[in-house]
Design a protein around this ligand. Structure first.
Ligand code: AMP
Length: 205
């Protein structure tokens, strides 16, 4: 693909799925395929916590308890991040939006620039497998927010607050559902294939 074509290609994507479904891994790969930044609000919060920034100090207790950071603060952080030059032609948001208020905010933010979402990738994963993955990750990474109690709390929160958003995206015709189980490469190929079917062909794929 030529440079000109690359510049005109836009991909404004979300990736959703229960915590532990492999979103982060797939997000980096899909974002790289489209040449857009993968933006994870969880990663932004964790980076601020580990750097001891004022934002990190504000959100540490919330992340440790598995609760959600306020919509106002989260929206502000996403607006700032999407205003950066690397997000001009698209982005892949991971972990955001998580509430109806965040969906509304993102819609308005994009609309103000005459933009809209292109697709929402939903990773499907069996709950037992998801819990197994999270336990493994907690052991491997020593993530302080991944105790068993917190894992359950985050799964509950996901079901209660985020799953209804999926119905909204489905209604808008944005939802692309992909089986998240299997080898990482296979899942990536499934996602890219499903997006290509919607006309979002990644350069070089
Ligand atoms: P994640 O890595 O996406 O599971 O996010 C880790 C934690 O960061 C979550 O448990 C929340 O405390 C916080 N967080 C991440 N994204 C959001 C969001 N969109 N809204 C509110 N809190 C968030």
């Amino acid at each position: 693909m030529t440079r000109t074509a690359l510049r005109t290609l836009t991909a404004r994507l979300l990736i959703v799925g229960p915590p532990g479904a492999g979103k982060g891994t797939q997000a980096s790969r899909i974002a790289a395929a489209y040449g857009v930044p993968a933006i994870s609000t969880g990663d932004i919060f964790r980076a601020n916590i580990s750097q001891g920034t004022p934002l990190g100090v504000r959100v540490q207790a919330i992340l440790d308890s598995g609760g959600l950071v306020s919509d106002a603060l989260t929206n502000e952080i996403v607006a700032d991040r999407l205003a950066e030059p690397d997000a001009e032609h698209g982005f892949l948001l991971d972990g955001y939006p998580r509430t109806e208020e965040q969906v509304r905010f993102l819609d308005e933010l994009l609309d103000a620039d005459g933009q809209r979402l292109d697709a929402v990738v939903r990773l499907l994963a069996d709950e037992d497998e998801v819990v197994r993955r999270l336990r493994l990750r907690a052991i491997e990474l020593g993530r302080s927010d991944d105790t068993e109690e917190v894992i359950r709390h985050r799964q509950d929160l996901y079901a209660r607050e985020t799953a209804p958003l999926i119905a909204m995206f489905a209604e808008r015709g944005l939802l692309v559902e992909v089986d998240g189980l299997g080898a990482v490469d296979e899942v990536t190929a499934r996602i890219l294939g499903a997006l290509a079917e919607r006309g979002l062909v990644a350069p070089g794929v």
